[in-house]
Design a protein around this ligand. Structure first.
Ligand code: SAM
Length: 233
């Protein structure tokens, strides 16, 4: 599945901030940071780091930590490089598809691995391999947290998810969802963005299969979730 950010125009202009289709982004980032603090991170791996919006928040929140970002898209990494110039001594950027074996360049051990709005671009089989690789670069007890859009548990629930998204949009001052935004429109949007959503339950199960300890969903709003687990001690 080609990564849509390999399109230079998208890579140069994309920002996760202030987007109506994810009015919960700031809240999710806040929760992710709070959960991450539990791993007392001194080394952080950010998978699909993009232009570094989230990475910047990690650097500010954990001033002693070293941060490594992995992303495939050259123009996105260019933006991250410019953003992190003042922090060059504690940041590292690697260009690699997540499907490749990036662990040779980033062997860790990391206290914390995060992925924000990234893993859902991978095919199911690729997610299995990714989880095993993440486990291999975490220190024992190290934490892996994903903040991702996830699959609806059943299509019949779409109306309820839609109501929640609409509520969050309006609370943040965005336009209400258009009346035509139905299940078909939702699926078309996923196709357009090349999103491969999976349920939280499946992904937690695959993490266990990869060798992680018990995991959980720590935050959920509609089809947005923060979930993960730790490498056993
Ligand atoms: C929605 S952006 C999120 C960026 C960042 N995590 C954030 O939240 O600000 C998705 C990022 O994942 C990267 N990405 C998507 N598929 C990828 C893949 N197969 N390998 C490496 N990076 C990938 C894209 O290049 C893009 O930078």
């Amino acid at each position: 599945m080609p990564n849509p950010w390999l399109d230079p125009e998208r890579a140069r202009t994309w920002t996760g901030e202030g987007r109506a289709n994810n009015p919960l982004r700031q809240e999710q980032a806040d929760v992710l940071l709070r959960l991450s603090a539990e791993s007392h991170p001194r080394s952080i791996l950010d998978l699909g780091c993009g232009p570094g919006e989230i990475g910047e928040r990690f650097l500010a929140r954990f001033p002693g930590a070293a941060w490594t970002g992995v992303d495939e898209a050259p123009e996105v990494l260019e933006r991250a490089r410019a953003r992190f110039e003042p922090h060059a001594g504690r940041t590292r950027l690697l260009q690699s598809p997540l499907q490749a074996d990036w662990t040779e360049q980033a062997p860790g051990p990391f206290d914390l691995a995060v992925a924000v709005q990234t893993v859902h671009h991978l095919e199911t089989e690729e997610k299995h391999v990714l989880f095993a690789r993440v486990l291999s670069v975490l220190r024992p007890g190290g934490l892996f947290l994903m903040s991702e859009p996830v699959q609806l548990e059943a299509p019949q629930l779409f109306g309820l998810y839609r109501a929640l998204l609409d509520h969050a949009r309006q609370r943040q001052g965005f336009e209400p969802l258009p009346p035509g935004y139905d299940l078909d429109a939702f699926h078309e949007q996923l196709e357009r963005n090349q999103d491969r959503l999976e349920t939280v339950a499946d992904q937690l199960h695959w993490m266990r299969e990869a060798g992680f300890g018990p995991g959980a969903c720590f935050w959920r709003h509609g089809n947005r979730a923060i979930f993960g687990g730790a490498r056993p001690e």
